[in-house]
Structure formats: C-alpha cells, structure tokens
Write a protein that binds this ligand. Structure first.
Ligand SMILES: Cc1cc2nc3c(=O)[nH]c(=O)nc-3n(C[C@H](O)[C@H](O)[C@H](O)COP(=O)(O)OP(=O)(O)OC[C@H]3O[C@@H](n4cnc5c(N)ncnc54)[C@H](O)[C@@H]3O)c2cc1C
Length: 212
C-alpha cells in the first residue's frame, strides 16, 4: 500500500482566510516540481486535507499510576514520520520495564517501572518533536536559503546516515542508551555564490511532497 500525502504551506491559511488548502492551492504549490512528482499529484484524492499541528514537548508523563503514551504525550509534526513509531516504542519500553519488575508471585513494582519509563521516553520524544519542527522549516525554505539547503544535501554521501542514526538506531531503554544527536550544519556556511541565475530562479518555488 502506498499512502501519499502532499504537504505545502497554504498562502490562504497564512493570510488567515477560511478557504485554505484547496485543490487549486495544491496544484499551484507543485506546479514547478519535477515530472515524477507532477505525475503523482493528480492521482491523489482531493477530498480531505488537514492543518498540521504539534504540541510543545512535555517532560512529565506519569502521575501516580497513570502514564501518558503515544500522541497523547507527544503529537509531532509529520516531517520525521515518527508519530506511530514513538507510540509503538513507548509501549515496548514500558512493557520491558514492567516485565523487569515482575516478581515471582506476579506482583509488579509499578512505581519503579513507570519511573524507568519516564526517565527515558520524554527526552527521546522531545528530540523528535523539536527536530521535526526544524526539519519542517528546512523543507519549506525559499530563495537563497533553499539553494543553500539543496547544495548542502546534494553534497552528502548517499550512504551517510549521520543525520538520522540517532533516530533509526536501537530504541533506548535507559537515558544512558540514548544516542547522541546529530550536529546541524549551519546553512549560512554553504557558499552558493557560484550558482547560475537559472538555479536561483528555480529555487523560488516552495513545495515538498511526503509519503507516509
Ligand atoms: C496522514 C497521516 C500520516 C502519518 N504517517 C505516519 C508515518 O508515516 N509514520 C509514523 O510513525 N506516524 C505517522 N502518522 C502519525 C501516527 O498515525 C500517530 O502518531 C499515531 O497513530 C498515534 O498513535 P496513538 O495510539 O497515540 O493515537 P491514535 O492512533 O490517535 O489512537 C487513539 C485512539 O483513541 C481513540 N479515542 C479517542 N478518544 C477516545 C475516548 N474518549 N474513548 C475511547 N477511545 C478514544 C481514537 O478513536 C483512536 O482510535 C501519520 C498520521 C497521519 C494523520
């Protein structure tokens, strides 16, 4: 199954208009994209669209014997495609800590299990939420900033996963197992002065399709 979602910044939404995200805006947003993307746009259903929201990260997920998990704890923007992944990981980490604290008589040290869960998951999900926001800004850049981004990403080795190792590596059960984050490369460190005028004008569009 292929679930394709087109993501763009709606000028009408930004202008505060009610009639935002309409098919004409969709077509306009992707009008300057490459042929493969153009071919895919008419194949999508056009009967529903959403605004995208996330929440600021919260670091308290446990109150007594109640624990938050999934979107209830950390609804993200979609740019890292990690919403369901985080929810599944939350469940797995919690189950591991519960299993580790089950006594021979079947009783469970819930307080310890929930504390161990809360020690590791909020920080991981905070990183995902804040990175998804930053990557979303990166995808929708325009003008020279967009040229810099494209130049930077094109220069990366296809097999260089140093930006994503922290997210696609093994799920941490403890804070010590949480891998270090990547180091962002400042966009203004990228020299685009040698690019042609046509490359500059091609950078004036602003749309990125995503599949989910
Ligand atoms: C278009 C789209 C694409 C996505 N793509 C990806 C992707 O590629 N990768 C990824 O990891 N994530 C993706 N996500 C995000 C992912 O779907 C969510 O992060 C994930 O479903 C959250 O799981 P959850 O169990 O926390 O919440 P939900 O899946 O929202 O489950 C909550 C459940 O609670 C039920 N409920 C609500 N209120 C009540 C109530 N009062 N009583 C009883 N039940 C109730 C709801 O009906 C629902 O079934 C995508 C989301 C969307 C919308």
């Amino acid at each position: 199954m292929l679930n394709q979602v087109a993501v763009f910044e709606s000028p009408k939404a930004l202008a505060g208009e009610e009639d935002w995200g309409t098919p004409d805006e969709l077509d306009h947003a992707f009008a300057a994209t490459c042929p493969d993307v153009q071919a895919g746009i008419p194949l999508m259903w056009r009967d529903r669209w959403w605004r995208m929201f996330d929440r600021d990260p919260i670091m308290t997920w446990v109150d007594g014997n109640i624990a938050l998990l999934g979107d209830a704890a950390h609804p993200p923007l979609q740019y890292m495609a990690q919403g369901a992944v985080m929810a599944i990981e939350d469940g797995w980490v919690l189950a591991k800590h519960v299993a580790a604290r089950r006594a021979d008589d079947g009783s469970i040290d819930w307080r310890g299990a929930l504390a161990a869960y809360e020690a590791v998951r909020p920080e991981h999900c905070r990183r995902v939420l804040t990175t998804a926001r930053a990557w979303g800004e990166l995808w929708h850049l325009d003008g020279v900033a967009r040229l810099r981004r494209n130049t930077l990403l094109r220069a990366r080795d296809t097999h260089d996963y140093s930006f994503t190792d922290w997210i696609y590596g093994p799920t941490a059960l403890t804070p010590e197992e949480e891998p270090p984050m990547f180091t962002p490369i400042p966009l203004d460190s990228v020299d685009v002065s040698g690019l042609t005028d046509s490359a500059r004008s091609a950078a004036s569009g602003n749309a990125t399709p995503t599949t989910a």
